[in-house]
Design a protein around this ligand. Structure first.
Ligand SMILES: Nc1ncnc2c1ncn2[C@@H]1O[C@H](COP(=O)(O)OP(=O)(O)O)[C@@H](O)[C@H]1O
Ligand SMILES: [Mg+2]
Length: 308
C-alpha cells in the first residue's frame, strides 16, 4: 500500500477578502477508500471542493491529484476527477442513456461499451431508456454519478450527495460508493454535515470546523476511541448516598440521577475498575455497571463545540 495518494492537500488555504475560509489543510486520500469530509454548515466543505475541481483558485498551498498540481497543471490534474459539486446537470426530457451519450461526446475516449458498463455499475440498466423526469431523486443522483464516472476518474468527489435523498436512496448510494471504492479502487471524497451517514458510508473521516481540519481518523477509531464515556452504576438504593461520597473522593463529577440507586458518571474506560473496586470494598451492592457509548453525534458536537 505504498502508492502515491490520489489526493494530497498541501497547506491549502482559501481567503476571501480578509476572511480565511479554508485554513491550512494538509492530508492525503488513498485509492480505494471512501473519505468523509465532515463538518457543520459553513465549515468550508464546498469551498474546499470548489478548489479541488478548479472552480476557484487556491490562495496559498496546493492540492495535488495523482501527483499533478491543480494550480500549476490543471489539465493533467482534472483528467483524474469526476465530480458533482452542485446538482448534476441532467436533461429531464431526455432519457438517462441520451444524457450519458450527450455527455460522452464532450469527453474524449468514452466508448459505447463504457456507457453500457457504467450503467451496470450504477444499477440503472432497467431504467436507462426512460426519461429522467420519471426518475426518483436517488436514480438521478446515480445517473449524475454515472456521468461523473464515464471517463474513469481515479477520484470521485460528491458534495453532500445525500441531501434530499430518502433513507432507501441513501442506503443505495452508500452501498454503491463503497463498492466503487473497494472493488474499482476509486478514491471517493464525500462531504456531509451528517455524521450518522458518514459512519456507515466512509472508511475514514476528516472533521472540518471553521475551515480547519480538527480530526482525521478511521471511522472505527472515530467511533470507538477517545473521550470519556458516560457510565451508569446501579447500586442498592439505600446505599446510594454512601456511594456518591466515595466517588466524590476520586474527584469525579456525578450527574443528576434519573432512577433511585443510579449514578451517572463520566469516566474514561480505565477508571471503571477503580470505581468498581472502591464501591465493592466499602460493601456497596452493585447491580450493574453500564457504559453508555457516546454517539457519534455527541462526539461530533463535543469536537466542534469546544473549538467555537
Ligand atoms: N464567495 C464567497 N464570498 C464570501 N464568503 C464565502 C464565499 N463562499 C463561501 N463563503 C463563506 O465561507 C464559509 C464556508 O462556506 P462553505 O464552503 O459553503 O461551507 P460548507 O459547504 O461547509 O457549508 C461560509 O461562512 C460562507 O459564508
Ligand atoms: Mg456546502
Amino acid at each position: 500500500m505504498n502508492q502515491t495518494p490520489v489526493v494530497q492537500f498541501q497547506h491549502a488555504m482559501k481567503r476571501i477578502g480578509k476572511r480565511t475560509i479554508v485554513n491550512d489543510l494538509s492530508f492525503d486520500i488513498q485509492a480505494g477508500e471512501v473519505f468523509g469530509f465532515l463538518g457543520p454548515n459553513g465549515a468550508g466543505k464546498t469551498t474546499t471542493i470548489r478548489m479541488m475541481v478548479g472552480l476557484i483558485k487556491i490562495s496559498q498551498g496546493d492540492i495535488l491529484i495523482k501527483g499533478h498540481s491543480i494550480s500549476k497543471d490543471f489539465n493533467k490534474a482534472i483528467r483524474n476527477v469526476g465530480a458533482i459539486v452542485e446538482n448534476p446537470d441532467l436533461y429531464k426530457y431526455l432519457t438517462g442513456y441520451q444524457n450519458l451519450k450527450h455527455y460522452a461526446r464532450m469527453v474524449p475516449g468514452v466508448t459505447k461499451a463504457r456507457i453500457e458498463e457504467i450503467v451496470g455499475i450504477v444499477g440503472l440498466r432497467d431504467r436507462i431508456h426512460d426519461k429522467v423526469k420519471t426518475y426518483s431523486l436517488g436514480m438521478r443522483q446515480r445517473l449524475g454519478i454515472a456521468q461523473a464516472l464515464l471517463h474513469r476518474p481515479s477520484l470521485l468527489i460528491l458534495d453532500e450527495p445525500t441531501n434530499g435523498l430518502d433513507p432507501a436512496g441513501i442506503h443505495e448510494l452508500r452501498n454503491y460508493l463503497k463498492r466503487l471504492a473497494h472493488e474499482e479502487s476509486v478514491a471517493v471524497f464525500v462531504s456531509s454535515h451528517l455524521l450518522s451517514e458518514m459512519e456507515l458510508m466512509c472508511d475514514r473521516v476528516g472533521v472540518l470546523q471553521n475551515g480547519k481540519l480538527v480530526r482525521i481518523q478511521s471511522i472505527q477509531d472515530f467511533v470507538h476511541d477517545g473521550g470519556s464515556s458516560l457510565v451508569c452504576v446501579t447500586v442498592e438504593s439505600s446505599q446510594v448516598e454512601q456511594a456518591k461520597r466515595l466517588i466524590a473522593t476520586l474527584k469525579k463529577e456525578i450527574l443528576p440521577i434519573r432512577q433511585p440507586g443510579q449514578l451517572l458518571i463520566p469516566l474514561n474506560k480505565d477508571e471503571i475498575p477503580t470505581v468498581n473496586k472502591l464501591l465493592m470494598q466499602a460493601g456497596i451492592q452493585i447491580y450493574s455497571i453500564q457504559v453508555q457509548e457516546q454517539t457519534l453525534e455527541d462526539k461530533f458536537l463535543e469536537l466542534t463545540e469546544e473549538r467555537k
